[in-house]
Design a binder for this molecule. Sequence first.
Ligand code: RIB
Ligand code: CA
Length: 344
Amino acid sequence: MEQKIKRKVVIDCDPGIDDSLALMLAVSSEELDIRGITIVCGNGPVDMGFGNAKKILNQMGRLDIPVFLGEERPLKRAYQDALDTHGADALGESFLPEVPGYENAQSAVDFLIAGAREGGLSIIALGPLTNLARMLERDREAFSMLEEIVSMGGSFRSHGNCSPVAEYNYWVDPDAAAAVYAAAGELGKEIAMVGLDVTRRIVLTPNVLSYMERMNPETGGFIGRITKFYLDFHWEQEKLIGCVINDPLAVAYFLDRSLCSGIRAYTQVETGGLSAGQTIVDAAGFYRREPNALILTETNPPRFFKLFLSRVLKIGERELEWLDFLPAVSRGFGIPQMGGEFGQ
Ligand code: RIB
Ligand code: CA
């Protein structure tokens, strides 16, 4: 049987509860040759994210994967964490024991530059784009050598989650996001933007969580432990029964492109004022610029959950058939979508 070539990838993230679920999916997927995990300040301070990444790798038996410390603060703006959403430990206040050792001398940006220069490297970015922007500043040629960038961030027609128009990753460091999208345009690259338009459809509900825990008490129980805080947050904030797990969809899309579809468009990121962090998607071609982004607008939640539960929880194909009848969970009492009714 022909040996499928593994794709070289670095996961740049800010773990973070949904980042952690994304890491669990990535390390459970044999198609990926995960060269390393780079941490950026985001949901929690960078050293907290570094420790949380090690906790996830320890849980999944993958401490063979190196983790690298990245940027401590955004390029220009003051750093704003999201501990209110992810808990005081940025891992749902699970307060898991720290995983010792594992310090490495190389910084995340040095590691990204060296990895890009080897050729064939893709980045799955699940946090603010500060590390990528610093890489771009330091070595534009290395950045141009990246094979692909998939970024969880931004929002096209969906309501923002940090302002009416801005999504957290690009709101925290809009200058970094703007620089990365501008460079993609100049270098003829196309960023796959897995934004709130699609990730808001991926809602982990109590029934799916309960199924995970029943079918795989160890891993399902772990997921239940790190997501409880997040479920409570979503109920308090949006009266949603469940929690929006954004980041795993970016990994799932990297694994299976048929999971999402969208439009190609020239996209910029606003860096100042009321709409800082907003992704300005030129869907109508006003600027007559070549597309620098694939804006994903459609996805299939049942197929996502089938992939996640089969890979991470090792649940068999037949036992997953019921997921085809997953209710349209995103029709909770979610915050109003732009141009739509409540919870559409
Ligand atoms: O807006 C959601 C994104 O911001 C997710 O990646 C979450 O982990 C936070 O980083
Ligand atoms: Ca994240």
